[in-house]
Design a protein around this ligand. Structure first.
Ligand code: PLP
Length: 388
């Protein structure tokens, strides 16, 4: 069933099993008791489909969330992990072996990059980064030992897209597994499985949790692929989520759709304001008509949300710092997807000596639009821009 209201409010809630409580219980237990040897033995053989045995593998509160996430993302099954990074780690590791080659979109999320550059080379697994905007780059990078294509669409900072249908069509007949980090769009605004992408993951810390109070990740895909990750990488790394954090994510899901609607509406207004501001050279936002891949964005995404990047006209390092700190209602902080608006200038990660004001990339400032009122945020931006 593909109805968001049903999934968020009803799916997998078995209220008669817990005193007709509207909110599900947090089953805060490490282990579960058995009534006979037979069911214990069968569960030892298959923890994925057997009875509950140990919360590191499965837990009833977490299972409610798994069913909702799978349905929202349009997949057979889902896993929930204790961070987006562990979702990345488990889903990649489950699909490579020594000697394999990975094609990844250039500049993937930092901990995915670290896996390709630092962890996997220890096992003789190589990678090629490609400009994901052109399918031909994937074709050219493909080797005989390529077994995995890793995508992030939209990508961080510049929000470059990959054509998901084209990548899946290329990978499928070659038995290459495709994975996408779908965090930017949330499970609501992009359905990669529909285009044939095998595994889809999110930092649930962002939109799914939605309140800047939980770190979590999710992975969706076919039951077979999910079981494979469950049986080995997830159970072996022990990176499943705690029942309490799963419960917070279920609570976050209740308002996911309405939060995204609000954020989308506000973001469009903020983008409009910034595009027309004389001190701003460029605004990068996938649903803006001037975005270079606007048509592809319209084709494969049903919404764009709170993340956008601005490139101010030439600014000194100190002016970028002044602008960032002059904003009263945008917090200088990492992450995004919560209730609060945020600012993250690229320059903040650079030493002032390195900063080159003629380089537009150095001037990039990422904004995250939260749940505040549009005028409240625009006024704040207007005032801070006046100071530089
Ligand atoms: C935050 C983020 C991650 C990592 O998720 P954590 O929950 O912080 O581990 C992965 N991908 C993207 C695009 C992110 O923004």
């Amino acid at each position: 069933m593909d109805n968001i209201s049903f999934i968020i409010n009803q799916l997998a809630e078995e209220r008669e099993q817990y005193f007709n409580a509207v909110a599900p219980p947090i089953i805060q237990t490490s282990n579960f008791t058995f009534k006979d040897f037979k069911s214990l033995r069968e569960t030892f053989e298959d923890e994925f489909s057997g009875e509950y045995i140990y919360t590191k593998s499965r837990n009833p509160t977490v299972d409610i969330l798994r069913k909702k996430i799978a349905a929202l993302q349009g997949s057979e099954d889902a896993l929930v992990t204790n961070s987006g990074s562990s979702a990345i780690f488990c889903s990649i590791l489950a699909n490579v072996k020594a000697g394999d080659h990975i094609i990844s979109v250039a500049k993937p999320y930092s901990w995915a990059a670290r896996m390709f550059e630092v962890v996997l080379p220890r096992f003789n697994i190589t990678h090629t980064y490609v400009d994901g905007r052109d399918i031909q780059n994937f074709v050219n990078a493909c080797q005989e030992n390529t077994t995995l294509i890793y995508l992030e669409s939209p990508n961080s900072w510049d929000f470059q897209l990959q054509d998901l249908q084209a990548v899946a069509d290329f990978a499928k007949p070659r038995n290459i597994t495709t994975i996408i980090d779908n965090s930017y769009c949330s499970p609501i605004y992009q359905k990669p499985h529909k285009f044939g992408i095998d595994l889809c993951l999110h930092s649930a810390t962002k939109y799914i949790a939605g309140h800047s109070d939980t770190v979590a990740g999710v992975i969706t895909g076919s039951r077979e692929r999910i079981k494979k990750i469950f049986d080995s990488e997830l159970s072996n790394s022990g990176t499943s989520i705690s029942p309490f954090n799963a419960w917070l994510l279920i609570r976050g899901l209740r308002t996911l759709e309405i939060r995204l609607q609000r954020i989308s509406e506000t973001t469009v207004k903020v983008v409009d304001f910034l595009k027309n501001h004389p001190k701003i050279e460029r605004v990068i936002f996938p649903f803006d008509k001037d975005f270079p891949q606007y048509e592809l964005a319209q084709k494969q995404m049903t919404g764009a949300c709170g993340l956008l990047t601005i490139i101010p006209k030439e600014l000194d390092y100190q002016e970028i710092e002044l602008f960032s700190l002059s904003l009263k209602n945008f917090l200088l902080a990492v992450s995004w997807g919560g209730h609060e608006s945020l600012i993250m200038p690229k320059a903040a990660g650079m030493k002032p000596e390195i900063y080159d004001k003629t380089n537009p990339e150095h001037r990039m400032i990422r904004l995250y639009i939260g749940l505040e009122d549009a005028d409240f945020l625009i006024e704040d931006l207007r005032n801070a821009l006046e100071l530089i």
